[in-house]
Design a protein around this ligand. Structure first.
Ligand code: ZN
Length: 426
């Protein structure tokens, strides 16, 4: 589907790729895998309540990774999906009396404009689940054929023929084991599975944690021709698995998302891919922390959302929102507050004041310092402190830098560096 438009970052003098980033599946920090051609898949929204600060935090995190790679001279292939048919979207559409397609289209449009405002680089492919049903049907048929998927008989409330993924069969047939991607304990997986869309009590499943691959048609629900699977609609994990596999190299460099996607979503997206062709889905799995409000995780189900599209009309600048997000390390769980936003607005003002001085004409030193900070597990707070240090010195009257020696690369100014590397439009 249509993506959004954010200018490609201006080229910067290439910096050394020293990236060390926390890979959830390895349980430690390491280089994510590719040194010339990076590839990134970030799980997209389910479009019914876009874009709260928690979403914005996730997409800004992976935007920083994208920008880091580009500043290191790498090419980046980036894919993001939109889960434009799923239970929560259909439930919201029914509850509000809006057609589910209209709700999805309207919320996806809002998401695009929020991403543009936040200066988040667009993916190369922005793909709706409903655009890829044929791909998904093929993949589920393949899993049925190799014995890692099975059909569940009907019961009182459910018709015959929903298709599930067999954890036990996949463990027997591949290198994947349950928990190897998300690194959650067995007890934690049992606890969060029903909270995140799973149905452990569905009669007829072989393992209570087996996830849904294909839901056969119910009256009043949208459905597609599923070939040998029967009419129905896709499950969530197979959607991302298939879209990523179709549009990125195998395995791609980084699978990204919020930490609530560690299990079941990323666990099973990876398991489905490996069950299909024996290859791992991604080299590294990177997860952004959760943003809270008033002591609770910000979430649709709790109704405590701060939306980007509500802040902007109040006169809040998107660059201040982006600064507030980047003031917290991406892996930490943190709280959104009005005070943080105020501090970020003041910080942006100090940076702008510094840009008016002659010292802003040479951004090489601050580029190197900020890039080095990001190398250490994408430490955006440390990169912003480098910008603070530079601004403090410039505002205190630091002398203009000596011109670059003749024959050197053209020198980027600080405004260009802040925009290209950190996505800050100052
Ligand atoms: Zn996903």
């Amino acid at each position: 589907m249509e993506s959004w438009n954010v200018p490609r970052p201006a080229a910067l003098p290439a910096q050394p790729d020293r990236l060390s980033i926390h890979d959830t599946s390895a349980g430690r920090q390491r280089h994510p895998g590719n040194t010339a051609e990076a590839s990134l898949y970030v799980c997209g929204i389910t479009p019914y309540d876009a874009t709260h600060i928690g979403h914005a935090n996730t997409y800004v995190t992976f935007d920083l990774l994208n920008r880091y790679w580009r500043a290191s001279g790498q090419t980046v292939a980036y894919v993001q999906n939109v889960t434009d048919v799923d239970d929560p979207l259909l439930e919201r559409a029914t509850a509000t009396g809006v057609d589910w397609r209209e709700l999805a289209a309207e919320q996806t449009a809002l998401f695009r404009s929020d991403m543009e405002a936040l200066n988040v680089l667009a993916p190369d492919h922005f793909v709706g689940a409903t655009e890829t049903v044929d791909w998904i049907v093929n993949a589920v048929e393949q899993l049925m054929a190799n014995g890692t998927a099975y059909s569940v008989p009907g019961t009182d409330g459910d018709p015959d023929g929903d298709i599930y993924f067999s954890i036990d069969a996949a463990e027997a047939a591949t290198d994947w084991t349950l928990g190897s991607i998300g690194q959650l304990s067995a007890a934690d997986m049992v606890q969060v599975f029903p909270e995140r869309g799973g149905d452990p009590h569905r009669p007829g499943k072989r393992n209570p944690l087996d996830p849904l691959l294909w839901r056969v048609a119910r009256p009043g629900e949208p459905s597609w021709d599923g070939g040998s699977l029967g009419t129905g609609r896709p499950g969530w994990h197979i959607e991302c698995s298939v879209i990523a596999r179709r549009l990125l190299p195998v395995p791609f460099t980084v699978q990204g998302g919020g930490s609530d996607l560690r299990f079941p979503h990323h666990e099973f997206s990876a398991a489905h891919a490996t069950a299909a062709d024996g290859q791992p889905l991604a080299k590294s799995f990177v997860h952004a922390g959760m943003v809270g409000l008033d002591g609770q995780k910000m979430s649709k189900s709790l109704g405590n959302l701060v939306l980007v599209s509500q802040l902007l009309p109040q006169g809040v600048e998107a660059v201040a929102i982006r600064t507030a997000l980047m003031s917290n390390h991406y892996r930490s769980d943190w709280e959104w507050t009005g005070e943080l936003l105020q501090q970020s607005t003041e910080r942006v003002a100090r940076w702008r004041q510094a840009l008016s001085h002659e010292a802003a004409s040479d951004g090489r030193a601050v580029l190197e310092a900020m890039h080095r900070a990001l190398s250490e597990d994408l430490d955006a707070p440390a990169a912003l402190r480098e910008l603070d240090r530079w601004a403090e010195s410039a505002n205190a009257g630091a002398p203009a830098p000596a011109p670059a020696p003749v024959g050197e690369d053209s020198t980027p100014d600080v405004r260009t560096v802040a925009n290209s590397l950190l996505g800050l439009e100052l």
